[in-house]
Design a protein. Structure first.
Length: 237
């Protein structure tokens, strides 16, 4: 579903990404791991079409990302680490606003909002101002916005940072269900190894702008008894 071939990005004199290549199968959940500064944020920006690579190729399905940006972006839902919400609006108003931006309207918009709210268990607070939401509820609303229109691809950047245990479980269960029932292809950035080990089919590890590991989670865990210790000892500081 997603194919990245020899992607390189240079900012000034710094090579942030160096010949990055990997593929993500349709309907899988892939974890993206790496220390701060490994290049994860830049890579996510490129995959979303927000940053242009200096060289290399990104395929979204059969679409070349930088040759047909509009079509590629229409297939992608993005959930940033920092919530992008209007705090003085209600949850429903936020969802309606972002749905309109996506081109949804009428019954399709109402249905999309209903499905996203149900998926993230926000029914009870839907008509409350977001400023009254807990941090976990805001993260769930952030996810609900990413789910609008049921995009076939979903990118998530640290969606469970700082959330309560209930919201964490809801977010993780929602993503697993989305993958299994809708065939959504998910790329999941996280620092929580227990999360990615539990829910991800595949893992990609970035270090200093290069892919140092890319395999199924089962294969990596079979090769490495303690993944956290392995990453701590082998990734450059």
């Amino acid at each position: 579903m997603i194919t990245v071939v020899s992607v390189t990005k240079i900012f000034g004199e710094k090579r942030v990404l160096n010949n990055v290549s990997f593929s993500i199968p349709r309907g899988s959940i892939t974890g993206l791991l790496g220390r701060n500064g490994a290049g994860k944020t830049t890579l996510m920006g490129i995959l979303c079409g927000l940053i242009r690579a200096d060289s290399g190729l990104v395929l979204v399905g059969e679409v070349k990302l930088f040759e047909n940006m509009t079509k590629a972006r229409s297939m992608i839902g993005y959930v940033p680490q920092k919530t992008s919400l209007y705090l003085e609006m209600t949850g429903r108003e936020n969802l309606t606003y972002f749905g309109l931006i996506l081109g949804l309207s009428g019954k399709k918009l109402m249905q999309a909002v209903t499905e996203a709210v149900k998926a993230t268990s926000l029914e009870e607070v839907l008509d409350k101002r977001v400023s009254h939401y807990s941090g976990g509820m805001q993260k769930r609303l952030n996810l609900a916005i990413g789910l609008l229109g049921n995009p076939p691809i979903l990118y998530l950047d640290e969606p469970t940072v700082g959330v309560d245990s209930e919201s964490r479980e809801i977010i993780l269960e929602t993503l697993v269900k989305r993958s299994k029932e809708h065939g959504t292809t998910i790329l999941y950035v996280s620092h929580y190894l227990q999360e990615v080990e539990k829910m991800c089919d595949r893992l990609i590890v970035l270090d200093k702008g290069s892919v140092v590991a890319s395999d199924t989670t089962i294969n990596l865990l079979r090769e490495v008894e303690n993944l956290e210790q392995y990453l701590e000892e082998n990734l450059q500081k």
